[in-house]
Design a protein around this ligand. Structure first.
Ligand SMILES: [Ca+2]
Ligand SMILES: [Ca+2]
Length: 392
């Protein structure tokens, strides 16, 4: 009897150990192994600046087709190739791909962050996938003057062992054209709990894709209509163009460490469907500011809440980088759309070409009644203070 219970105990502890080890085997947040392509291949980096023949061997990655390790400063056809970070990156030729196997938690939501640059003026795109999920990202629009940008894309893990794949779907006449990739990272996303007094999920934008500490350009969030699989939990990017996820280390952020910068006028829209009670008055409040990135004024957002749309201009105030804004509306249904886009098509004053725009943060949707009750409480409190003063 004693023996059997101790045996059972042993099996339980082995099982617990197995569970623990399988859990700890899942990929950690941050760079994939050799995600920056700075690990030297077995024979060292090729000293030849031209195209190496034969398949490139890139530590920790599998390749298919013409995949080339490129060096910072490497020239090709009179053009200097752009390496987003460090000294090396990879370029994908026509129909070529790289992939890495990653252990994840089945059922969890993950976001992949990567930097990409195009090499030729032609229409270039990059397909990122964790089969069966896949998205093709258009690299034609350059959002920053540096010639590269970081992007994020999310997937829900259907298996424990998945492959993160980058593929150049293009078939260019010039086989040396093709996107350059660098700085590949992954992050398990948490969907924050819905706050009690705010119908907006992740309204402070604190939960989002991985950002490298030195990621000075922010991370672009391309079109994503599926709110269940979003790098920015709760939110969708319903436009053809991206919005930029920014951090407080490199930009002015109204609250916390993260916020969203709206780009490209009405071509960059973020939205969320929030739960509402029909025929009930609500108030949408948010912070509207500038990112501290020399964006040419004026800055303004179009804010939508249900059937209300309001054009709100940012009024520069030297003491603050943002202001409070609000829109009152009466809900018509059990779900109400809240959305934002930039009224203007802004660029930076220092390079005249990098896209920028107004910053939105701390988005809240509250019943107007609850705001009123809070206001009433304040009035009562002030009245009481006044009474105490008078009595004294
Ligand atoms: Ca690199
Ligand atoms: Ca924030």
């Amino acid at each position: 009897m004693v023996l059997s219970s101790s045996t059972k105990c042993k099996w339980v502890s082995i099982f617990v150990l197995l569970l623990a080890s399988s859990a700890s085997a899942a990929v950690e947040d941050g760079s994939l192994v050799n995600g920056d392509f700075e690990t030297a291949p077995a024979g060292g980096f090729s000293s030849d600046a031209g195209i190496s023949d034969g398949p490139a061997s890139i530590p920790s990655w599998k390749t298919k087709g013409t995949v080339e390790l490129v060096k910072s400063g490497q020239k090709q056809g009179g053009m200097i190739l752009i390496v987003p970070e460090g000294a090396h990156a990879v370029r994908l030729g026509n129909d070529a791909e790289i992939s890495q196997e990653v252990k994840v938690e089945k059922g969890s939501l993950y976001s992949v962050t990567f930097s990409a640059a195009r090499t030729c003026a032609q229409l270039e795109s990059l397909n990122v996938s964790v089969p069966p999920a896949s998205q093709t990202i258009d690299l034609q629009t350059l959002y920053s003057v540096h010639g590269w940008d970081s992007y994020a894309w999310a997937f829900r893990a259907e298996e424990e062992d998945v492959h993160v794949v980058f593929k150049n779907p293009g078939m260019e006449d010039d086989p040396t054209c093709g996107p350059i990739i660098d700085d590949v990272a992954i992050k398990k996303l948490f969907v924050p709990d819905k706050p009690k007094d705010n119908a907006v999920l992740n309204g402070d934008f604190e939960e989002g894709p991985w950002m490298f500490r030195n990621e000075s350009l922010g991370v672009l969030l391309p079109t994503n209509l599926d709110e269940e699989t979003s790098s920015l939990p709760g939110w969708t990017v319903e436009s053809n163009r991206a919005v930029r996820y920014i951090d407080s280390y490199h930009f002015s952020v109204p609250g916390g460490k993260r916020a969203v910068e709206l780009l490209s006028g009405k071509e960059g829209i973020i939205s969320q469907m929030v739960e509402t009670k029909p025929k009930t008055p609500y108030r949408l409040t948010f912070s509207l500011g500038h990112a501290g990135d020399s964006c040419k004024q004026p800055l303004a957002v179009m804010a939508f809440a249900g059937d209300q749309a309001l054009n709100i201009h940012y009024t520069p105030d030297s003491n603050s980088t943002f202001q409070a804004a609000n829109v009152n509306f009466t809900a018509k249904a059990e779900r109400t759309r809240v959305a934002f886009y930039s009224v203007y098509y802004n660029t930076r004053t220092d390079d005249m070409s990098s896209l920028c725009g107004p910053v939105v943060d701390d988005v809240r949707v509250e019943q107007s009644g609850s705001v009123r009750v809070r206001g009433l409480g304040l009035v009562l409190f002030l009245g009481y203070q006044l009474l105490v003063l008078v009595l004294l």
